[in-house]
Design a binder for this molecule. Structure first.
Ligand code: TA6
Length: 308
Protein backbone atom coordinates (compact mmCIF):
# COMPACT_ATOMS: atom_id res chain seq x y z
CA UNK A 1 0.00 0.00 0.00
CA UNK A 2 1.17 3.53 -0.80
CA UNK A 3 0.18 6.06 1.85
CA UNK A 4 0.17 9.68 0.67
CA UNK A 5 0.33 12.61 3.06
CA UNK A 6 -1.17 15.98 2.09
CA UNK A 7 -0.74 18.30 5.05
CA UNK A 8 -2.13 21.33 3.21
CA UNK A 9 -4.64 20.06 0.65
CA UNK A 10 -6.36 22.30 -1.85
CA UNK A 11 -9.35 22.53 -4.12
CA UNK A 12 -7.43 23.16 -7.33
CA UNK A 13 -9.32 25.45 -9.64
CA UNK A 14 -8.05 25.80 -13.19
CA UNK A 15 -9.18 28.28 -15.85
CA UNK A 16 -8.36 28.16 -19.57
CA UNK A 17 -7.95 31.76 -20.79
CA UNK A 18 -6.98 32.48 -24.41
CA UNK A 19 -4.52 35.30 -23.84
CA UNK A 20 -4.30 36.06 -20.14
CA UNK A 21 -2.86 39.31 -18.88
CA UNK A 22 -3.32 41.16 -15.59
CA UNK A 23 -5.67 44.12 -15.29
CA UNK A 24 -8.29 42.76 -17.67
CA UNK A 25 -11.65 40.98 -17.29
CA UNK A 26 -11.94 37.45 -18.68
CA UNK A 27 -14.93 35.16 -19.01
CA UNK A 28 -14.40 31.48 -19.65
CA UNK A 29 -16.50 28.37 -19.98
CA UNK A 30 -13.39 26.16 -19.69
CA UNK A 31 -12.75 25.63 -16.01
CA UNK A 32 -12.75 22.81 -13.48
CA UNK A 33 -12.04 22.05 -9.84
CA UNK A 34 -10.16 18.99 -8.59
CA UNK A 35 -9.07 17.62 -5.23
CA UNK A 36 -5.55 18.94 -5.10
CA UNK A 37 -2.52 19.75 -3.20
CA UNK A 38 0.53 17.84 -4.31
CA UNK A 39 -0.16 14.78 -2.21
CA UNK A 40 -3.65 14.34 -3.63
CA UNK A 41 -2.33 14.67 -7.18
CA UNK A 42 0.13 11.89 -6.30
CA UNK A 43 -2.77 9.86 -4.90
CA UNK A 44 -4.92 10.23 -8.03
CA UNK A 45 -2.07 9.28 -10.34
CA UNK A 46 -1.21 6.20 -8.26
CA UNK A 47 -4.90 5.26 -8.47
CA UNK A 48 -4.88 5.77 -12.26
CA UNK A 49 -1.93 3.34 -12.35
CA UNK A 50 -4.03 0.80 -10.41
CA UNK A 51 -1.66 0.84 -7.45
CA UNK A 52 -3.08 0.40 -3.92
CA UNK A 53 -3.11 3.85 -2.32
CA UNK A 54 -4.66 5.64 0.64
CA UNK A 55 -4.62 9.39 1.23
CA UNK A 56 -4.27 11.10 4.59
CA UNK A 57 -3.68 14.61 5.90
CA UNK A 58 -5.93 17.33 7.34
CA UNK A 59 -9.14 18.72 5.83
CA UNK A 60 -11.63 21.33 6.99
CA UNK A 61 -14.80 23.15 6.08
CA UNK A 62 -16.88 22.92 2.92
CA UNK A 63 -13.79 22.63 0.72
CA UNK A 64 -12.67 19.67 2.81
CA UNK A 65 -16.06 18.06 2.19
CA UNK A 66 -15.74 18.69 -1.56
CA UNK A 67 -12.37 16.92 -1.59
CA UNK A 68 -13.65 13.90 0.35
CA UNK A 69 -16.68 13.64 -1.94
CA UNK A 70 -14.43 13.69 -5.02
CA UNK A 71 -12.18 10.97 -3.55
CA UNK A 72 -15.24 8.84 -2.72
CA UNK A 73 -16.60 9.35 -6.25
CA UNK A 74 -13.25 8.25 -7.68
CA UNK A 75 -13.15 5.20 -5.40
CA UNK A 76 -9.95 6.43 -3.74
CA UNK A 77 -9.37 5.39 -0.10
CA UNK A 78 -8.76 8.21 2.33
CA UNK A 79 -8.53 8.86 6.04
CA UNK A 80 -8.17 12.60 6.70
CA UNK A 81 -8.39 14.32 10.05
CA UNK A 82 -10.95 17.12 10.35
CA UNK A 83 -9.78 20.57 11.44
CA UNK A 84 -11.58 23.79 12.35
CA UNK A 85 -10.27 25.91 9.48
CA UNK A 86 -11.35 25.90 5.82
CA UNK A 87 -9.24 23.92 3.37
CA UNK A 88 -7.73 26.30 0.80
CA UNK A 89 -8.12 26.76 -2.95
CA UNK A 90 -5.30 27.09 -5.46
CA UNK A 91 -5.85 28.81 -8.78
CA UNK A 92 -4.16 27.95 -12.06
CA UNK A 93 -4.76 30.17 -15.09
CA UNK A 94 -3.66 28.41 -18.27
CA UNK A 95 -3.32 30.34 -21.51
CA UNK A 96 -3.19 29.06 -25.08
CA UNK A 97 0.47 30.00 -25.48
CA UNK A 98 1.31 27.51 -22.71
CA UNK A 99 1.56 30.17 -20.02
CA UNK A 100 0.69 29.09 -16.52
CA UNK A 101 -0.15 31.50 -13.69
CA UNK A 102 -0.75 30.04 -10.24
CA UNK A 103 -2.12 31.63 -7.08
CA UNK A 104 -1.66 29.37 -4.04
CA UNK A 105 -3.63 30.32 -0.94
CA UNK A 106 -1.72 29.78 2.32
CA UNK A 107 -4.60 27.75 3.78
CA UNK A 108 -5.91 27.46 7.35
CA UNK A 109 -3.84 27.63 10.54
CA UNK A 110 -3.22 24.26 12.18
CA UNK A 111 -3.41 24.02 15.97
CA UNK A 112 -0.89 22.04 18.06
CA UNK A 113 -3.62 19.49 18.85
CA UNK A 114 -4.28 19.02 15.11
CA UNK A 115 -0.61 18.13 14.61
CA UNK A 116 -0.53 15.82 17.64
CA UNK A 117 -3.74 14.05 16.54
CA UNK A 118 -2.40 13.65 12.98
CA UNK A 119 0.84 12.04 14.18
CA UNK A 120 -1.12 9.53 16.30
CA UNK A 121 -3.42 8.78 13.34
CA UNK A 122 -0.48 8.47 10.95
CA UNK A 123 1.21 5.86 13.12
CA UNK A 124 -1.89 3.63 12.87
CA UNK A 125 -1.69 3.79 9.06
CA UNK A 126 1.95 2.65 8.99
CA UNK A 127 0.91 -0.91 9.83
CA UNK A 128 -0.65 -1.23 6.33
CA UNK A 129 1.95 0.86 4.46
CA UNK A 130 4.81 -0.19 2.14
CA UNK A 131 5.73 3.22 0.68
CA UNK A 132 5.02 6.74 2.01
CA UNK A 133 4.81 9.87 -0.13
CA UNK A 134 4.57 13.29 1.52
CA UNK A 135 4.04 16.15 -0.89
CA UNK A 136 3.34 19.84 -0.68
CA UNK A 137 3.57 22.75 1.69
CA UNK A 138 2.88 22.70 5.41
CA UNK A 139 -0.11 24.49 6.86
CA UNK A 140 0.55 27.66 8.83
CA UNK A 141 0.90 26.73 12.50
CA UNK A 142 2.67 23.44 11.73
CA UNK A 143 6.25 23.10 13.04
CA UNK A 144 8.77 23.55 10.25
CA UNK A 145 10.35 20.19 11.15
CA UNK A 146 7.04 18.28 10.94
CA UNK A 147 8.14 16.30 7.88
CA UNK A 148 11.36 15.40 9.69
CA UNK A 149 9.36 14.08 12.63
CA UNK A 150 7.12 12.05 10.31
CA UNK A 151 10.17 10.66 8.48
CA UNK A 152 11.72 9.57 11.79
CA UNK A 153 8.48 7.76 12.75
CA UNK A 154 8.49 6.02 9.34
CA UNK A 155 12.15 5.03 9.46
CA UNK A 156 11.48 3.04 12.61
CA UNK A 157 9.36 0.73 10.40
CA UNK A 158 11.94 0.62 7.57
CA UNK A 159 9.40 2.04 5.10
CA UNK A 160 10.66 4.09 2.10
CA UNK A 161 9.70 7.79 2.42
CA UNK A 162 9.45 10.06 -0.65
CA UNK A 163 9.38 13.80 0.16
CA UNK A 164 8.37 16.55 -2.28
CA UNK A 165 8.14 19.93 -0.64
CA UNK A 166 9.99 23.26 -0.69
CA UNK A 167 11.58 26.01 1.38
CA UNK A 168 12.31 25.49 5.07
CA UNK A 169 10.05 22.39 5.22
CA UNK A 170 12.37 20.77 2.65
CA UNK A 171 15.51 21.95 4.42
CA UNK A 172 14.33 20.47 7.72
CA UNK A 173 12.97 17.32 6.06
CA UNK A 174 16.34 16.63 4.41
CA UNK A 175 17.95 16.50 7.85
CA UNK A 176 15.89 13.33 8.56
CA UNK A 177 17.22 11.64 5.36
CA UNK A 178 14.11 10.61 3.43
CA UNK A 179 14.58 7.90 0.76
CA UNK A 180 13.91 10.29 -2.12
CA UNK A 181 13.41 14.00 -2.71
CA UNK A 182 12.32 15.73 -5.92
CA UNK A 183 13.12 19.45 -5.91
CA UNK A 184 12.70 21.38 -9.14
CA UNK A 185 15.47 23.76 -10.21
CA UNK A 186 14.01 26.72 -8.31
CA UNK A 187 13.59 24.68 -5.11
CA UNK A 188 17.16 23.36 -5.40
CA UNK A 189 18.51 26.90 -5.91
CA UNK A 190 16.60 28.06 -2.85
CA UNK A 191 18.06 25.17 -0.83
CA UNK A 192 21.59 25.86 -2.11
CA UNK A 193 21.18 29.61 -1.60
CA UNK A 194 22.60 30.36 -5.03
CA UNK A 195 21.74 30.36 -8.73
CA UNK A 196 22.33 27.02 -10.51
CA UNK A 197 22.32 27.96 -14.16
CA UNK A 198 23.88 24.86 -15.73
CA UNK A 199 23.61 21.10 -15.33
CA UNK A 200 27.05 20.80 -13.74
CA UNK A 201 25.94 23.09 -10.90
CA UNK A 202 22.65 21.20 -10.49
CA UNK A 203 24.47 17.84 -10.44
CA UNK A 204 27.01 19.09 -7.89
CA UNK A 205 24.29 20.08 -5.39
CA UNK A 206 22.28 16.91 -6.09
CA UNK A 207 25.37 14.74 -5.48
CA UNK A 208 26.01 16.56 -2.20
CA UNK A 209 22.44 15.82 -1.10
CA UNK A 210 22.82 12.22 -2.29
CA UNK A 211 25.45 11.74 0.41
CA UNK A 212 22.52 11.39 2.84
CA UNK A 213 19.52 10.76 0.57
CA UNK A 214 19.53 7.55 -1.54
CA UNK A 215 17.71 9.09 -4.52
CA UNK A 216 17.78 12.77 -5.47
CA UNK A 217 15.60 13.77 -8.41
CA UNK A 218 15.88 17.24 -9.93
CA UNK A 219 12.86 17.87 -12.14
CA UNK A 220 13.42 20.24 -15.07
CA UNK A 221 9.92 20.46 -16.51
CA UNK A 222 9.80 19.82 -20.24
CA UNK A 223 13.60 19.56 -20.26
CA UNK A 224 13.41 16.25 -18.37
CA UNK A 225 15.23 15.55 -15.10
CA UNK A 226 18.45 14.56 -13.39
CA UNK A 227 18.57 11.64 -10.94
CA UNK A 228 21.39 10.79 -8.54
CA UNK A 229 21.04 7.28 -7.13
CA UNK A 230 23.76 5.45 -5.22
CA UNK A 231 26.43 7.87 -6.57
CA UNK A 232 25.34 7.28 -10.19
CA UNK A 233 23.99 10.24 -12.19
CA UNK A 234 21.25 9.75 -14.80
CA UNK A 235 20.02 12.32 -17.32
CA UNK A 236 16.42 11.80 -18.39
CA UNK A 237 15.30 12.99 -21.82
CA UNK A 238 11.61 13.33 -22.74
CA UNK A 239 9.88 12.93 -26.11
CA UNK A 240 8.24 15.95 -27.72
CA UNK A 241 4.54 15.90 -26.88
CA UNK A 242 1.55 18.27 -27.09
CA UNK A 243 1.28 19.82 -23.61
CA UNK A 244 -2.27 20.62 -22.47
CA UNK A 245 -1.78 21.28 -18.73
CA UNK A 246 1.63 20.89 -17.04
CA UNK A 247 0.29 21.52 -13.55
CA UNK A 248 0.79 18.45 -11.39
CA UNK A 249 3.45 16.86 -13.61
CA UNK A 250 6.03 16.91 -10.82
CA UNK A 251 3.48 15.27 -8.52
CA UNK A 252 2.75 12.66 -11.21
CA UNK A 253 6.47 11.92 -11.47
CA UNK A 254 6.63 11.36 -7.71
CA UNK A 255 3.65 9.01 -8.00
CA UNK A 256 5.59 7.08 -10.66
CA UNK A 257 8.58 6.71 -8.36
CA UNK A 258 6.33 5.46 -5.54
CA UNK A 259 4.59 2.90 -7.77
CA UNK A 260 7.92 1.80 -9.29
CA UNK A 261 9.38 1.26 -5.83
CA UNK A 262 6.23 -0.57 -4.69
CA UNK A 263 6.44 -2.87 -7.75
CA UNK A 264 10.16 -3.50 -7.27
CA UNK A 265 11.28 -2.02 -10.60
CA UNK A 266 15.04 -1.51 -11.03
CA UNK A 267 16.25 2.09 -10.87
CA UNK A 268 16.35 2.74 -14.63
CA UNK A 269 12.85 1.34 -15.14
CA UNK A 270 11.59 3.32 -12.14
CA UNK A 271 13.08 6.53 -13.52
CA UNK A 272 11.61 5.93 -17.00
CA UNK A 273 8.22 5.04 -15.50
CA UNK A 274 8.20 8.18 -13.33
CA UNK A 275 9.20 10.42 -16.24
CA UNK A 276 6.47 8.84 -18.38
CA UNK A 277 3.93 9.64 -15.64
CA UNK A 278 4.98 13.28 -15.54
CA UNK A 279 4.81 13.54 -19.32
CA UNK A 280 1.43 11.77 -19.50
CA UNK A 281 -0.01 14.22 -16.95
CA UNK A 282 1.08 17.21 -19.03
CA UNK A 283 -0.75 15.72 -22.01
CA UNK A 284 -4.05 15.69 -20.07
CA UNK A 285 -6.24 18.77 -19.52
CA UNK A 286 -6.93 17.67 -15.96
CA UNK A 287 -4.45 18.20 -13.11
CA UNK A 288 -2.85 15.12 -11.57
CA UNK A 289 -4.25 12.39 -13.77
CA UNK A 290 -2.67 9.96 -16.27
CA UNK A 291 -3.77 7.31 -18.77
CA UNK A 292 -1.89 4.16 -17.73
CA UNK A 293 -1.70 2.85 -21.32
CA UNK A 294 -0.24 6.18 -22.45
CA UNK A 295 2.33 5.89 -19.64
CA UNK A 296 3.32 2.44 -20.91
CA UNK A 297 3.72 3.79 -24.44
CA UNK A 298 5.69 6.84 -23.33
CA UNK A 299 8.12 4.69 -21.33
CA UNK A 300 9.55 3.39 -24.62
CA UNK A 301 10.22 7.00 -25.73
CA UNK A 302 11.96 8.12 -22.52
CA UNK A 303 15.77 8.06 -22.62
CA UNK A 304 17.53 7.38 -19.30
CA UNK A 305 21.27 7.98 -19.84
CA UNK A 306 23.91 7.14 -17.23
CA UNK A 307 26.26 10.13 -17.38
CA UNK A 308 28.46 9.54 -14.30
O1 TA6 B 1 2.01 20.88 -8.13
C1 TA6 B 1 0.78 21.49 -8.46
C2 TA6 B 1 -0.01 21.76 -7.18
O2 TA6 B 1 -0.40 20.54 -6.60
C3 TA6 B 1 -1.23 22.60 -7.47
O3 TA6 B 1 -2.23 21.81 -7.96
C4 TA6 B 1 -1.50 23.28 -6.13
O4 TA6 B 1 -2.29 22.43 -5.30
C5 TA6 B 1 -0.07 23.46 -5.61
O5 TA6 B 1 0.75 22.46 -6.22
C6 TA6 B 1 0.05 23.34 -4.13
O6 TA6 B 1 1.44 23.53 -3.84
P1 TA6 B 1 1.96 23.60 -2.33
O7 TA6 B 1 3.45 23.63 -2.47
O8 TA6 B 1 1.37 24.85 -1.71
O9 TA6 B 1 1.45 22.36 -1.62
Amino acid sequence: MITTITLNPSVDRRYMIGEFETGKLFRTSEYAATAGGKGLNVTRVAHCLEAPVIATGLLGGKSGGVIEAELDHAGISHQFLGIEGETRSCIAVLSQDGGQTEILESGPIARNEDVANFLLHYETLLNQTSVVVASGSLMRGMPVDLYARIIELTREKNIPFLLDTSGEALREGIKASPSLIKPNQEELESYAGKSLQNEEDLIAVAKELAEQIPTVVVSLGGEGSLVVHKKQVYRVHLPNVVVKNPVGSGDSMVAGFAVGILRGYDIKKTIAFAAACGTANAMEESTGAVDKDLVAGLMKQIRVVLIE
